[in-house]
Design a protein around this ligand. Sequence first.
Ligand code: AHR
Length: 305
Amino acid sequence: TAEPGGSGENAGADDGVITLGFSQVGAESGWRAANTKSIQDTLTEDNGFELKFSDAQQKQENQIQAIRSYITQGVDVIAFSPVVETGWDAVLQEAKSAGIPVILTDRAVDSSDDTLYESFIGSDFVKEGEMAGEWVVEQYDGEGYQAVELQGTTGAAPAIDRKEGFASAIEGSDVEIIDSQTGNFTRAEGKTVMEGFLNKHDDIDLVFAHNDDMGLGAIEAIEAAGMKPGEDIKIVTIDAVKDGMQALVDGKINYIVECNPLLGPDLAEVAQKVVAGEEVEKRIVVKDEAFDQAAAEEALPTREY
Ligand code: AHR
């Protein structure tokens, strides 16, 4: 495994300040905004960090460029949330050769070499998909439901894993996915894709959206088509950001599985340990809850994001 703190001359924070280069996926969703805020609010000067932050606008090439720039600048630690799962080995190898430790947050990379990063902090996306599917089966099995799926960004870990988890949970039930397309985790694309589904199928009972924002876009499309979201067409989403929770309270969404975006504190702790040469856990799983309407009503007033 990679040596804690990295083994090259760049590792460590000689001046007592940890310079951390963070490459964010983008600003595609309410979840992402909350995640960015958590990172920026935690990795502050007061906490001993100098944060270099860049937004990749959902493009892998931008993230690779940002990581290369952090390597050139000789930061103490690089952290990033990979927009897609594959294609990272070369740049991660460059970081390793430069002795700069890498921490993954939110999304995993698909690599056979786990020495390329120190730790992966984030939710279990397969489980999130399963939790959503299990609730759907519990509520609607036996009613011959036809479901459509709004997938996250193609190739992204949460899109791959949530799809897999949901599919495995509904297996053996009579809930059927009749169509599935990416809405890129955005509200605008969620709406456009849902409009397409509504034009193509006149028998949609349920939407499974891989995040709240796409579900909120679907609500707009369903309302524009003269139907009632949450009643005529049931909606299940993932994230539990404030706008999603409000729609759940309003009865327009039926169930939300949480994905906790507040990863800043865990990232700070792991970065400090890595720089100090301490062992860190390779996988830190963030716990998620799930909300029906009553639970959302209770949680919303004190919701942080
Ligand atoms: O990787 C986490 C996912 O990315 C969130 O569920 C989604 O809203 C975001 O865009």
